[in-house]
Design a protein around this ligand. Structure first.
Ligand SMILES: Nc1ncnc2c1ncn2[C@@H]1O[C@H](COP(=O)(O)OP(=O)(O)O)[C@@H](O)[C@H]1O
Ligand SMILES: [Mg+2]
Length: 258
């Protein structure tokens, strides 16, 4: 069953057709990737799906419900969670608190209850903190459980964002370039983490430039070029597609080295 259906989605900015008549499906329980050159419209697709932008036309159906035009927090409550291409960390908070922010999207009366120190809320806050610590361990940040966010290196912050997205307990997790700026060892760790997330039953959509990671991990790959679908299929199908090779991947894909 498709967890997410995107139908004839388009979005323009002035004269720029960032996404044009794009349709695709995301199957439950699989890891999918969206690839394409810079400016191909990958982040815009995420912004349209997660309600940050409204489409010029087209529909988004999530978990059987049409959600076109829904605002981000409604979608978060329904089980959609994401990370951003550029770090979105609160540097004046601890690492654990950053992860807790993700859970507050899910829990309704969080902030006011916390301020008024209502006992049930205080208990839930403690549970939430425990869960945040647990998620930090899950993403491999054991050593930073007691750390302040501003003391953490970039590679760890990329994983902290994934922990925060998981705190919302998503059905669908959208990762926008989680390995950008990471060294090969860190990229390998992100690769393993995404596999673990997939194995835990969360459906993943990955936007990523590291072809070795994408090709190894994805059940299906969608290739965008100038906002349109250029190709779609398994890693093998996409890798062998002459249009894809000509437009984007070049000979380097065969070597798996880009
Ligand atoms: N908020 C925006 N305002 C104006 N143009 C935008 C906006 N967001 C994206 N674009 C344009 O849409 C196109 C696709 O951008 P983007 O989705 O960021 O590509 P990608 O993530 O594939 O690199 C680009 O030409 C970009 O300049
Ligand atoms: Mg982008």
């Amino acid at each position: 069953m498709a967890l997410l259906e995107v139908e004839a989605l388009s979005r323009s900015f002035g004269g720029v057709h960032a996404v044009q008549d794009l349709s695709f499906e995301i199957e439950q329980g699989k890891i999918h990737s969206i690839i394409g050159p810079n400016g191909a419209g990958k982040t815009t697709v995420f912004n349209l799906i997660t309600g940050l932008y409204r489409p010029s036309s087209g529909r988004v159906v999530f978990d059987g419900v049409e959600v076109t035009g829904y605002v981000p927090h409604e979608l978060a409550r329904r089980g959609m969670s994401r990370t951003f291409q550029n770090l979105q960390i609160c540097f004046n908070m601890s690492a654990v608190e950053n992860v807790m922010v993700g859970a507050h999207l899910r829990l309704d009366q969080g902030m006011l209850g916390s301020m008024l120190r209502i006992p049930t809320v205080a208990r839930r806050d403690a549970e939430c903190r425990d869960e945040a610590r647990e998620l930090m361990r899950f993403v491999g940040l054991d050593r930073y459980v007691g750390a302040a966010a501003d003391s953490m290196p970039y590679g760890a912050l990329k994983r902290l964002e994934i922990a925060r997205a998981l705190a919302a307990r998503p059905k669908l997790l959208l990762l926008d370039e989680p390995a950008a700026g990471l060294n090969p060892t860190e990229t390998h760790e992100i690769d393993a983490l995404i596999q673990r997330i997939g194995d835990s039953g969360v459906t993943v959509v990955l936007v990523e430039h590291d072809m070795k990671l994408v090709m190894g991990i994805s059940a299906r790959i969608l290739v965008l070029d100038y906002g349109r679908k250029l190709a779609e299929g398994s890693a093998q199908e996409v890798r062998g597609n002459p249009e894809v090779i000509a437009a984007y991947l070049g000979g380097s894909v065969e070597a798996g080295s880009t």
